[in-house]
Write a protein that binds this ligand. Structure first.
Ligand SMILES: CSC[C@H]1O[C@@H](n2cnc3c(O)ncnc32)[C@H](O)[C@@H]1O
Ligand code: ZN
Length: 440
């Protein structure tokens, strides 16, 4: 037994470590010291360890914090602006013009803060962001205490914050340098999609990502139209083109992948790339269905993301995971596809792995960062509890998120944000809505 007392000992009714897979621990304690998980033991044994604070959590389930592996945080301010449209109409006729008109650093600060607040309240301890002015977004991550992968946006045309791809990359490299020692922030490259980034830019990104050992996060094969267009323009499917350019590998994060043929499957599996599944955005934009079960059975790491609030329209990863579990069964034609335990793994450890963070977060293991979510399963509509993971995925909404810690720091206590001002954030978002609606 270590001489130093634990900072905090949590005593939930159920504890799901995610690794090993499928395990539910009843009446166990989890101890935190210096922001890390220092103890995992049956309750009686855990109570023998001195602790500065002991917290009973009856009727609560403790899990690793949820990882939202794909989103566009500040798009919260465009929530509901252009609904019920297919991807290219939505993007080209509504979202890109709105972004050109409204997105500046203030928009990013207010929209990202709103996204962080919404995500913390929904049990998310880590998110990936692909949006403009990444340096401004990273300031909000730093201030709020959440963990994030911030990506450097690259497109062939001018974007808010960069006149061209070279400027975006130059500013991005400064961000890599500024954040290289940050304990909760990682930076990755975010080329938007195969249809908006040319070969020379992608080759440059591959070289820089190799040098920096950085992730590459990209929308890929979101629709059948995208695949068709690539066949016409490049003679190969988008994923094959990216493979030809050397982009695939363990740090490659392919977002969406609703179109998957046998060659795609082999490319993803052989390169150890991750797929990030965004089922609600794919459903709402009628983009297609990612064959999650087929990918999983091929050994491909599949994580989950909400996408932006303009195509979802929420940042509710628990709800997204439920949708993913239900949809996987329909797509596979099998009720055994993506069971509740695997769905939770997808929302935690697989997300961590996709973002290159699996050594630090994603499961409750000694030495990992104490990034945790406590869910209240004591409500009427959650009774009786045979399997808390089944209850969480199939019978609970994000309102049951009660407490949340990142690196051992409490960021949500009894449903209340500890570091962010919910009223001010809400008022700011309303003010942006009034301005945008007034001039739309
Ligand atoms: C590189 S900045 C992000 C860029 O992506 C746009 N976007 C948001 N959601 C999607 C999606 O599902 N597919 C393609 N592009 C999307 C966002 O509006 C920004 O312009
Ligand atoms: Zn997206």
């Amino acid at each position: 037994m270590s001489a130093a007392p634990l900072d905090l000992l949590l005593l939930p009714t159920w504890l799901v470590p995610v690794e090993p897979a499928g395990v539910v621990l009843h009446d166990h304690g989890l101890g935190i010291r210096d922001g890390r998980i220092a103890l995992l033991a049956p309750r009686a044994e855990a109570l023998k360890h001195p602790a500065l604070e002991v917290r009973e959590l009856p009727g609560r389930l403790l899990t690793p914090g949820l990882v939202n592996a794909h989103g566009h945080a500040a798009m919260t301010l465009f929530r509901g602006l252009a609904d019920d449209l297919p991807l290219m109409t939505w993007l080209q006729q509504h979202i890109w013009p709105a972004e050109a008109k409204w997105v500046d650093e203030d928009f990013i600060r207010d929209g990202t803060e709103l996204a962080i607040a919404e995500q913390l309240k929904g049990g998310i301890t880590c998110f990936s962001d692909m949006y403009f002015f990444p340096a401004a977004a990273s300031e909000l991550v730093h201030k709020s205490g959440i963990r994030a992968q911030i990506t450097v946006p690259v497109l062939d045309f001018p974007i808010p914050g960069a006149r061209d791809a070279d400027e975006a990359l130059r500013k991005g490299l400064e961000l890599f340098d500024d954040l290289k020692h940050h304990p909760r922030l990682t930076v990755a490259f975010g080329p938007h999609a195969p249809y908006t980034v040319s070969d020379d830019k992608l080759e440059n990104i591959r070289m820089l990502a190799e040098e920096l050992d950085a992730g590459i996060h990209m929308h890929v094969q979101e629709t059948a139209f995208e695949v068709q267009q690539s066949l016409e323009q490049h003679g190969v499917r988008p994923l094959a083109r990216l493979a030809r350019l050397g982009l695939l590998g363990p740090r490659f994060q392919a977002v969406h992948m609703t179109q998957v043929d046998d060659d795609d499957l082999a490319l993803l599996a052989d390169s150890n790339s991750s797929v990030i599944h965004c089922p609600e955005s794919n459903l709402k934009l009628a983009s297609g269905f990612c064959p999650v079960e087929r990918l999983w059975q091929a050994g491909i790491n599949v994580a989950i993301g909400t996408d932006g609030a303009a195509s979802n329209n929420d940042l509710d990863l628990l709800g997204e995971t439920r949708t993913a579990a239900l949809l996987a069964k329909a797509v596979a034609g099998s009720a055994t596809a993506l069971d509740a335990h695997r769905a939770l793994r997808m929302a935690t450890l697989n997300g961590a792995r996709a973002l290159g963070l699996e050594a630090q977060i994603g499961s409750l293991e000694i030495g990992k960062s104490a990034d945790l979510t406590a869910f209240d399963l004591s409500g009427l509509a959650q009774q009786p509890v045979y399997d808390p993971v089944s209850q969480l995925i199939y019978a609970s909404g994000r309102s049951c998120v009660e407490h949340l810690w990142v690196a051992g720091k409490p960021l949500l206590e009894s449903g209340r944000l500890t570091r962010l001002d919910e009223q001010r954030i809400t008022a700011n978002a309303r003010a942006w809505g009034a301005r945008i609606a007034g001039q739309a």
